[in-house]
Design a protein around this ligand. Sequence first.
Ligand code: NAD
Length: 298
Amino acid sequence: MAVIAFIGNGNMGGPMAANLLKAGHDVRVFDRVPEAATKTGGKVAASIAEAVAGADLVFTMLPAAKHVKEVYGGSKGVFLHAPKGALLIDCSTIDVDSARKLNVDATGRGFAMLDAPVSGGVAGATAASLTFMVGGSDEAFARARPVLAAMGKAIVHAGPAGNGQAAKICNNMILGISMIAISEAFSLGERLGLEPKTLFEISSKSSGQCWALTSNCPVPDIVPTAPSSHDYAPGFTGDMMLKDLKLAQMAARGVRAETPLGSEATAIYAEFAERGHGHEDFSAIIRMMKNYAGKQID
Ligand code: NAD
């Protein structure tokens, strides 16, 4: 069993650290909000330096790139305090360029590093059923895999550094676009006199089938576990979807890839956030649709 530092113990990092503990690892946790760290059940460290002392692996699960850069590169950060030979694994969702630059910095300081963002949300983090998309060397991936298996059920090596983040933003661009597509189709269907339950029954068994429809259906009371059936309590917030869509647009500009639907989805989720609904589940986007007969938002 390994000595593991886990930095960032919020909605995702908290249950992930708890699952490492459950698997028998010696887990030291650090969060700038001490109560978040306490909830994990791991040994609460007073600083990053204390958390990473003697660690075989260091995990981070932080909101955005600026936090990740600070936690690794800052004067109190991981690069200065982790033992040489520790494997560094960032599970946060950040932009591809920052992930690649961080990997170069880590390598220059003698560390192996992986970007390993996840899909599956808080439910997946709690149930240890996350999908990990991993970027980095074959050797580092082989070393990380058995530890990642305590937190996820699909662990995929996406290629060299940054490719985990590339996979994550491409996947979430599909998700954002498909949620808008499902919302448009159900709103149109209602205008045409189709019962939403009937359209669901048909589309969930037809070529329109996708996760946004069958697991996260935006129309309430069709899928009992979907956030829409619980007043759109997240789930995955509109703000997080907007963050990932913006990362995808940033990456697309960098490589001159055309993503017209990704661009439109970004504009739609930006409007959703501007109207004050970014804290709701991203499926609440259906309430912005002009044809939707259910409760619309202002
Ligand atoms: P969160 O805000 O709940 O947790 C982040 C934690 O990091 C907080 O507890 C915060 O106090 C801590 N933190 C921030 N800066 C810090 C610092 N300098 N030092 C120590 N701790 C610090 O966020 P989350 O929902 O757990 O998401 C984390 C990452 O996972 C994000 O990049 C997000 O995009 C990604 N993600 C989230 C979900 C989801 O459904 N929540 C799903 C997939 C991926």
